[in-house]
Structure formats: C-alpha cells, structure tokens
Design a protein around this ligand. Structure first.
Ligand code: ZN
Ligand code: ZN
Length: 404
C-alpha cells in the first residue's frame, strides 16, 4: 500500500468578497478532489498549531512529523539544500540576492535587473576560505543564490546584510550573541572580498557594456543553522520521495531524507502538473511514500489573483484525476494545503486547512465536497499537522503498535 500526500501550497482561503463571501475551493468545480473526499474521511488541520501562521518550510517540516520549534532557525539552510549544496549539521546558511550597488555600497537594484543568466559563473568565483572557514556559494533561480559558512565555532545569531530597501547602504552583519562573533567577522570579510571580485568580474563587465545593471554585490538574509534531522526512512521505516516546484521545498525534503525531484518552471499557471504526476508515479515504484507539492495556488494568492487561483485549483484537480487513474498500486491519498493564503490578505494566515484522506478501507464519512467548510464537518475533526503522517502510516498498514 502506497501513501500519496498532495499539497496545494496556500490553497486554503477565507471568505472572499469578490466570490460572494465564499472561498475559491467552494466556488470552483473539482470533480476529482470531490471523488477523493467521498471515498474517505475529511477534516481540518492546524499545520503547526492553532493560531500560528506557518511558512511553507516550517509547515512542510511539520507535515513530515517534525517539530519545527526544535529544528528550525531560519530559511537559509533549506534554500542551500534546495540548490544542491550538500549541507552538514552545524553549517550556517543564508539566502542571498545578486544586487546592484553604487560606489558607496548604496543598493540601487535589489535584484540586479532581475539577472537571469550566468549567475553560476559569478557564484563559482565566490567560493573561498576565510580564517579557516569554508565559504560555499551557489546560484539559484533568477537573481537568487545560497551561501554557506562551514567551520568550527560558528554561531548563527546574525543580522542581515540586506537592508531590504533601495537607497540604503549594504549593512554590516552584527553578531547578536557572543557565540556568533566569528561568523559575523567572516561574513563581513566575505562581503568585502566578494564585492571586489564581482565589481571586476567578466560577467559584470559584459553586463555594463550591454547597459544592464551589474550584479556587483550579494545581500544576505534568512540566516539559520543546518539542524540534525532524523531521516525519513530511519524515522518511519519506509522510503519517502517528493516532487515539488520550488527550491525551498526541495531543500526541506532533501534535509528530511526524501528522494526529491524539483520540476523546473514548476511554480505557477504555466507549470506542467501532469509531468509532476508522472514523476510521482515513477518515484512510487521504489518508494512507499510520495509528497506531491503544487506551488501555483500560493503564488496566485500572494498576487490577490482570484481567477488565477481558481484556475490553479482546476489544474490541481486535473492532476489528481490523472494520478488516481494512472497509479496502478493500491494507495492511501491525502490532500491538504500547507497553510492558508487568503486572496484578500495576500499573505499566510493561521486559518486551519481542509484535509481529506481517501482509500479503500478509509471510513466514508459522507462529506461530499473538498472545501474548507465541507471538510470541517468530517470525521477527522481538527488535527495537528505533525499527526498527519502517523495517521497515513496507520491507514497504509505501516505503523508500529504502541504497547502490547
Ligand atoms: Zn506554503
Ligand atoms: Zn506563500
């Protein structure tokens, strides 16, 4: 028996005025989602806890059964793992932007003209060693990059070098506790050296010739320390996998020991969800668990794009139809969101998300539709995100008996 967990990122919503005070899930047609609901039990879920608005990273950690309060210190480590850096426990990692600054280090463009090409060449030349600390830089999508400091005695309690505003100077990283003094010193020295390297880098000389803003400074934020996380197979005794559309989620999944396929161009209305479903089907040949993550619902929500979000839900429904038709093995399916991203708020909120669990033996509770309100009337009641994986393992006959 396989386990398939489908996550519509930020799919859950609140009452939307433009939709007659209904949610996008309530007004959208989604036959395949409803078929899953009718073949199982529904409920709602606080991914982290009641009243806590989750980030996608902390939400996904919780959905894999981890307590994010114990292991999460910032987004950097998961971004770094997502771009393929083999992070190790104790590494201090950052998210970074290639940006454009003037001669006085005043930020003119936080994204260096949304630079797309040749950032790999820039990142490669920023790998170095300072005071015995190894510095690893790797490009991500667009103007984004990840930065890792690896060495002894590094704390991670540091302020950002990103001023988060145009017209302000690149900030000096400050150690916010004693333990982080060395990391701050190394990072500030790196900022100086990398600034000089980038200013005269052939890629930037070429950009200036073309009238494009040079990517002449990195800006860092989202610092965190790479935690020790028990790997999925050790924790649950089965092999796990994931198909996802963003580097951040790929990073979380890899850090948790899941075989992960990051589908490029996976983040929005143009993403090929049938290709994702096909990846999931092939991963399930050698894995017993697959988490299938769809990002577009969250992007449309952050943009306040009502029609786009409805369309994305339609695409997700199509993907589910394809998956349930083409997956040959018996499986327990679950569908949820990692958090709510209400269209009118354009940010994550703590509203519980709808959840359905579907399968041959799963109790049929009579709920007919997949949406926030219908699911809240189902047999699962209101559960916490960290319990979901345990419920799925039990339904798939893979849980261990507690007691005798
Ligand atoms: Zn999310
Ligand atoms: Zn979001």
């Amino acid at each position: 028996m396989k386990i398939v967990l489908i996550i519509g990122d930020g799919m859950a919503d609140r009452a939307v005025e433009a939709l007659g005070f209904k949610t996008p899930l309530q007004v959208t047609e989604h036959r395949n989602l409803d078929a899953l609901v009718r073949n199982g039990s529904s409920g709602t879920m606080d991914t982290i806890d009641a009243g806590v608005a989750p980030g996608s990273d902390t939400a996904h950690l919780a959905l894999l059964g981890h307590n994010p309060y114990e292991i999460y210190s910032g987004r950097g480590p998961f971004e770094a793992a997502g771009v393929g850096i083999e992070v190790r426990p104790g590494d201090v990692a950052f998210r970074a932007n290639f940006s454009t600054v003037d001669a006085n280090n005043i930020v003119i463009d936080r994204r260096a003209g949304r630079i797309k090409d040749r950032t790999a060449e820039l990142a490669k030349d920023l790998n170095m060693k300072i005071a015995g600390v190894q510095i690893i830089c790797r490009e991500s999508t667009g103007h984004r990059a990840a930065l890792v400091l690896r060495g002894k005695g590094l704390g991670h309690n540091l302020s950002d070098t990103d001023p988060h505003k145009l017209g302000e100077k690149v900030k000096t990283a400050k150690a916010l506790d004693k333990r982080s003094a060395k990391a701050a010193k190394v990072l500030n020295e790196f900022m100086k050296r990398s600034r000089a390297i980038l200013e005269t880098h052939p890629v930037n000389i070429e950009r200036k010739k073309q009238g494009l803003p040079p990517a002449n400074s990195l800006l860092t934020r989202g610092v965190g320390v790479v935690p020790t996380i028990e790997k999925f197979e050790e924790k649950y005794g089965i092999k796990g996998s994931c198909v996802c559309g963003t580097g951040l989620i790929a990073g979380v999944m890899r850090a948790c020991g899941l075989e992960t396929i990051l589908v490029p161009k996976g983040g929005d209305l143009d993403s090929d969800l049938i290709a994702k479903a096909n990846h999931a089907i092939s991963l399930l040949k050698t894995n017993e668990f697959c988490l299938l993550h769809v990002k577009g619902t969250d992007n449309r929500s952050h943009d306040g794009d009502v029609e786009g979000k409805k369309k994305m839900i339609g695409k997700l429904d199509e993907m589910i139809g394809f998956l349930t038709t083409n997956l040959k093995e018996d499986a327990v399916f679950a569908v949820c969101a990692d958090h709510s991203t209400p269209l009118e708020v354009r940010d994550h909120t703590a509203d519980p998300v709808p959840l359905c669990i579907s399968g041959r033996q799963v109790r049929k509770d009579g709920v007919q539709r997949y949406d926030e309100i219908s699911c809240s009337k189902g047999a699962l009641g209101r559960i916490k995100g960290t319990r979901l994986i345990h419920i799925l393992l039990d339904l798939a006959g893979k849980s261990k008996l507690y007691g005798a």
